[in-house]
Design a binder for this molecule. Structure first.
Ligand SMILES: Cc1cc2nc3c(=O)[nH]c(=O)nc-3n(C[C@H](O)[C@H](O)[C@H](O)COP(=O)(O)OP(=O)(O)OC[C@H]3O[C@@H](n4cnc5c(N)ncnc54)[C@H](O)[C@@H]3O)c2cc1C
Length: 284
């Protein structure tokens, strides 16, 4: 493994200044559960790792209306946060299924999103909650929808000298219920073959589905929303036929590849099955 330097700045200002100084030679590191693996596999070879650990303002979970989650919050903290479990249960479930307890103790939400793996555990739940990401650099700050943050496998809208500061979540409308399903080759320590999040807002009097959000992971170059499937169920009282149609639509909208985990055909079939299942679970 190529030798590298490691710096542990004390403030976000210092991080931004180091990024400015070292440019492409530097790489940020949160928990290191992706970055160090990639370094060992020679997929990245920075001269310098800049640690984000312990930087004030990156590890908060706070907010009454808008919930702000610092990029350095670990999956274990998300899994165990009563606030997130109550208000954004799909995110809580997804973080709780990532890796193992040991991994979750160090791996961060920010790292999961910035790695931009198509199968990123937390991406489908955050997409159905319509999360935004707050980015910061020496040039200023900006907020963009998570959906436009992912550009391709391993590629994000982050600029060279930008840091993901926090993830922002607006509360979903009242009477919203959902489900998160992960299909892996085994129950723990494996990336998703397919992961699906569904969030439905149901009219309590009529039972009509007023709003539907469906997101998929591991079946396209980035995690995706499937609006075509959402449109099939939105505005309707859900029945078996509509649920099946939504599953079929999701199946035909995604563009999975074959890899070591599964064939594209299997992934596509599983999208149909899991979308249907997640819709039904959301209704119970
Ligand atoms: C054994 C094992 C099991 C795993 N299981 C799963 C799984 O089930 N599901 C899953 O989705 N992932 C899994 N992973 C991958 C990994 O643990 C997660 O993606 C994790 O959330 C990465 O977080 P991290 O803090 O360790 O990121 P790091 O490795 O520190 O960083 C990852 C990337 O993000 C960049 N980065 C980190 N933080 C920021 C920031 N704030 N701003 C800008 N850039 C930043 C880094 O430069 C780097 O490119 C697993 C990994 C291992 C080793």
């Amino acid at each position: 493994m190529k030798k590298f330097d490691y710096l542990k700045p004390q403030s976000l200002e210092e991080v931004l200044s180091l990024l400015n100084q070292f440019g492409t030679k530097a790489k940020l590191i949160g928990g290191g559960t992706d970055a160090i693996v990639m370094q060992r596999q020679n997929k990245i070879s920075p001269d310098l790792f800049i640690s984000l650990r312990g930087i004030p303002g990156l590890d908060h979970i706070e907010g009454n209306g808008l919930l702000k989650i610092g990029a350095m919050v670990t999956h274990r903290a998300i899994e165990q946060s009563p606030l997130i479990r109550e208000r954004f249960p799909l995110l809580s479930e997804a973080s709780g299924l990532l890796g193992s307890v040991q991994i979750r103790n160090v791996a961060t939400l920010g790292g999961n999103l910035c790695t931009a793996s198509p199968s990123a555990e937390t991406a489908p739940p955050l997409l159905v909650y319509e999360a935004e990401v707050h980015l910061i650099s020496q040039k200023g700050e900006r907020r963009i929808p998570l959906e436009s943050f992912f550009l391709g496998p391993g590629e994000t809208a982050l600029e060279q000298k930008e840091v993901l500061k926090e993830i922002l979540l607006q509360p979903p409308p009242p009477n919203s219920r959902g489900a998160y399903l992960k299909l892996g080759r085994r129950k723990a320590m494996d990336l998703a073959v397919v992961n699906v999040a569904v969030l439905l807002t149901l009219n309590p009097k009529t039972g009509i589905c007023e709003r539907a959000r469906i997101a998929l992971g591991a079946v396209a170059p980035t995690p995706i929303r499937v609006r075509e499937a959402e449109n099939i169920i939105e505005g309707n009282q859900l029945n078996d036929e509509l649920i099946r149609k939504a599953g079929e639509m999701a199946k035909h909208t995604c563009s999975p590849i074959s890899d070591i985990r599964a064939s594209s055909e299997y992934r596509r079939e599983m999208v149909g099955v899991l979308v249907e299942k997640a819709i039904r679970q959301s209704l119970t």
